[in-house]
Design a protein around this ligand. Structure first.
Ligand SMILES: [Zn+2]
Length: 417
């Protein structure tokens, strides 16, 4: 509600008044408001779903259906898998498969509305129905390919080690993180986007020089057709410590000039030079270990299972699902802390780009991206403190030392500057 009030303001914040024209500002306010309304709706919708699931003991119902399903297919499974009709792990995987199908169906109208009505209205949606369905199927397939060994392995570990599973389960999750980090740019991203090496030219030279100057181990430089799905612009890098790939969205290259794109990458390289990713990974893993640690106190709690309709069994997977609902209040603190840390990193990376001599270009590209994405121009301090992983634009600009009187963005930047 506090944020919603800010989204009703008729004029941009003082620091942006020269850079954002009235019409763009109005459009961005409308877009933010539409998204805020939509998220209030989706959150209510999912709360309602959760309540119905508990009220009508849907979990025990689906669990027994998964048991029946396993019984039906068990005779046809190859012997070496060693799956018996009453096996908890196989039943859990079938349960999750059912649950995922139901989730896709139930959330279909929501994601349809989001892409084809809301984003469409503001000109961001580039998806077609065919692409939308293909994406959904690919995502399902990916979650089966990676989710099955991860969850199967997790359940196996908890079954084997009992409530002292924490360290082993964490090792499993950690190795999955490493694998995904390695194969994401080369195997997963190409399933959804066309990934091509950035062509030779001024932009490539400019980025390579920047990487060299900072001793950034740049091995691959890609462009993806982000514009295939959405008009939002972005850039990111991935990979292992000794081999990094930078991925640029074609939308970013179209929006920003060469120097401005390089400034965005100077910011990204700043994240790397200041070990922000490492710090984030450590924070995340501490979180995972503490979640597993707390779960080990619940996994054998009969009262928990009984309260939710499981009278004769204590399936580990169900325990973990129920535990996740119990965890939500704790998650609030973690989200809050994580966002504080992330915003601190953003200021530091901006400062890094500034020291490289990109202050003006960075400011310009931030403003351009903000306009291009129609991101909220202003935010309530309490709302942004909790929800935002990035500081709001005006705060970033003043930290960079950008003077609004200069009106720099008004000069139309060309591709050759
Ligand atoms: Zn950043």
């Amino acid at each position: 509600m506090r944020q919603y009030r800010v989204l009703g303001k008729p004029t941009p914040p003082e620091s942006l008044k020269y850079d954002i024209d009235q019409e763009t500002f109005k459009k961005s306010q409308q877009y933010s408001k539409a998204k805020a309304k939509f998220s209030i709706f989706t959150e209510t919708y999912s709360l309602l779903q959760n309540c119905l699931i508990f009220k009508y003991d849907f979990l025990p119902f689906l669990w027994s259906k998964a048991g029946a399903g396993l019984k039906a297919i068990a005779p046809f499974l190859p012997k070496f898998l060693g799956i018996s009709p009453g096996g908890q792990i196989a039943q859990s995987l079938i349960f999750l498969f059912y649950l995922q199908i139901i989730q896709v169906v139930v959330s279909f109208p929501v994601s349809y509305y989001q892409n084809f009505v809301l984003e469409e209205k503001f000109g961001f949606n580039k998806l077609t129905i065919k692409l939308f369905i293909a994406d959904t199927l690919k995502a399902l397939l990916l979650s089966a390919v990676f989710g099955t060994p991860l969850i199967g392995g997790f359940l196996q570990i908890v079954t084997y080690f009992g409530d002292s599973f924490v360290l082993y389960a964490w090792l499993l999750v950690f190795s999955f993180q490493l694998i995904l980090q390695t194969i994401f740019p080369t195997i997963i991203q190409p399933l959804f986007n066309k990934v091509e090496p950035l062509e030779q030219g001024d932009l490539r030279t400019s980025i390579e020089e920047l990487a060299k100057k900072n001793q950034f181990p740049l091995t691959k430089l890609y462009v993806i057709d982000g514009s295939k799905r959405s008009g939002h612009s972005n850039a990111y890098f991935m990979g292992l410590p000794w081999s990094k790939q930078i991925v640029l969205y074609d939308t970013l290259i179209k929006t920003a000039s060469i120097k401005e794109t390089t400034a965005v990458l100077a910011h990204e390289i700043g994240h790397w030079a200041l070990s922000h990713n490492l710090k984030m990974i450590i924070t995340q893993n501490i979180y995972i270990i503490s979640v597993f640690g707390m779960f080990s106190l619940f996994v054998n709690n009969g009262a928990l299972f009984q309260s939710f309709g499981f009278h004769h069994t204590k399936p580990i997977l169900i325990g973990f699902l129920l535990f996740n609902d119990i965890l939500k209040p704790f998650d609030c603190f973690f989200t809050f802390y994580n966002n504080i840390l992330s915003r601190k990193h953003e200021y530091e990376a901006d400062n890094y780009a500034l020291k490289q001599g990109y202050a003006k270009e960075l400011a310009r590209s931030l403003i351009k991206l903000q306009i291009e994405n129609l991101s909220s121009m202003d935010a309530d301090w309490l709302y942004s403190a909790y929800h935002y992983s990035h500081p709001i634009l005006s705060e970033r600009l003043s930290a960079i030392g950008y003077q609004p009187e200069e009106k720099v963005v008004k000069e139309k930047a060309t591709k050759s500057d």
